[in-house]
Design a protein around this ligand. Sequence first.
Ligand SMILES: Nc1ncnc2c1ncn2[C@@H]1O[C@H](COP(=O)(O)OP(=O)(O)OP(=O)(O)O)[C@@H](O)[C@H]1O
Ligand SMILES: [Mg+2]
Length: 491
Amino acid sequence: MDNVVWQPQPRQLEFMSRPEDEALYGGAAGGGKSDALVIEATRQVGIPYYKGLILRKTYPQLTELIEKSQRYYSAAFPGATYNDSKHTWTFPGGAKIVFGSMQHAKDKLNYQGKAFDFIAFDELTHFTYEEYVYLKSRNRPNGPGTRCYIRSTANPGGIGHAWVKDRFITAAAPMTTVWEKAVVQYPGGGVETRWSSRIFVPSSVFDNKILLDNDPDYLARLATMPEAERKALLYGDWDSYSGQYFSEWRDKPEHYADRRWTHVIDPFEIPSGWRIYRSFDWGYRKPFSCGWWAVDYDGVVYRILELYGCTSTPNDGVRWNADQVFREIRRIETEHPWLRGKNIQGVADPAIFSADGGESIAETAKKCRVHFSPGDHQRIPGWLQMHYRLAFDENGFPMMYVFKNCKAFIRTVPTLIFDEHKVEDLDTEGEDHVADESRYFLMSRPIKPRAAAKPDEYSKNPLSIFLDVKREDLTRPTARVGLEIISEDET
Ligand SMILES: Nc1ncnc2c1ncn2[C@@H]1O[C@H](COP(=O)(O)OP(=O)(O)OP(=O)(O)O)[C@@H](O)[C@H]1O
Ligand SMILES: [Mg+2]
C-alpha cells in the first residue's frame, strides 16, 4: 500500500494498543517514541469536539514534534490546517491538537480551565511531578464518547527522573498494569472507590528497524557515549542517573499560609528582634547572586529577599561590575523596610577576597559599605546542611523556608541534578549560583542532621506507602489496535 502515511512498528503497536489510563513509553533513545506519540494524538480527530494536547517542557524543543506533525498530518488528513501562532492543528470536522510547553511558572495559566481528552508528554522526565499532576487535572472529556487518557515518552535522566522512575518503572515489571486506588469522599458523605491504571512499555533503538536501516551508524554513536549515557540511552537503564539533587524540595501553594510540607511560603513582616544575614556569590558573565535571610528564635532560616544578576535568559549574567553590584545591594539595604537600620552580617564565596594584583571584589564591597566574611566553601558538608534544613519534621515543618518572592531560588535550586562522576555532588553545569550562595550562609550556622519525616508524596518509595497497588491483568476491554493512517485522498 503506497498510500500509507505512517504505520506502527511492532513495539509502537504494543504501546498504541494499551488500554490503561496512563502509559509511559520509554527507556532508551531512538525507539520511535515521539513518532508514536504524535500519531496517537490523532486517534480521535474524527470527533468534532475532540481536543488533544502534546507537551514538551520548553517551546523550542517542540519544533521536532511540530515538524513530525507537519509531515504526517498534512498527508493523512487533507484539509487539516496548522495555525503557527496558536501552535494548533484544526481538523476538517473541528477537532484540535494543540502543542504546548511548560517552561515558565506562568505557562500554567495557558491550561487553566481547559479540558483535553488526550494529553501527551514528550520527555516526561523534564517535567516535575507537580506539573504532571496539574496537567493531569486538565485531562477531561470535551463531550460524550471521547476516551480520556495520557501518554508519555521518556529517556532516563533529568529533573523528573526520580518520580517518573517511581511511578512507572519500579512500580511493576514492564508491560504489567499497575492499579492505583483512589477513595473519593463526597461532600454529602458518600464514599466511592475508583481505580486508575498505568503501564510502562519499554522502547529501545533495537525496536526501530526503520531508523537502523536508514542510519546504521546511529547504534555506533550511542555505543560510544560515556558509560552513564550509554547505559541510559542505549539500554534504558534507569539506575545510571539519579536525577534531582534536592529531591525533598516542595513548593505547595495550598500550604503557603500554614507553612507545612512546603518550603515556599507567603512573605510576612519580619519581627524586629530577628537577625538578618546576607550571602553572596560573585558572577559577571554568569549571574551573581545575593540572598537575605532572617533567623527566628528557634533557628529556622527564611530566605526573605534576593538580588539575582541574570538576564531574561537562564544562567546568563547581567555583566555588572562589582561597584555596580554592591551599590545596588547597599541601596536595597538602606531602603527596604525589612533591612533598613539592621546590622546585617555578610558571608560570601571566599574567592572574592583574593586580590589578583588589583582590588579584590571584597574590598570593592567594603567601599560600598557592604561587609563580608569569607564563607566555608566545602561543598559536600554545605549540601548536607541544605538537606538537613529542607527535611520536614513529622508535622511537616522544615528548618528552612523561601519567601515566594525569591524567584531565582525557586526557579534554579530544584532543577539541579547529581553529578555523574562525583556522585555525592551536584552537577555544576546547572544554574547553581543561588544554591552556592545559600550554601555559604547555611555553613555559617550549621545544624545537626535531622531525621526526615516521610515526605508527603512521591519521593522515595511512594507506591508501597501511599497507594494500594494491585498487579493483575486488565479486566477492562482492550482498546482498538494501533493506528494505521491512510491518506484520505488516496482511499
Ligand atoms: N513507524 C515509523 N515509520 C517510519 N519512521 C519511523 C517510525 N517510527 C519511528 N520512525 C523514525 O525513526 C526516527 C526516530 O524516531 P523518534 O524520533 O520517534 O524516536 P524517539 O524514541 O522519540 O527518539 P529520542 O529518544 O531521540 O527522542 C525518526 O526519524 C522517525 O521518523
Ligand atoms: Mg523523541
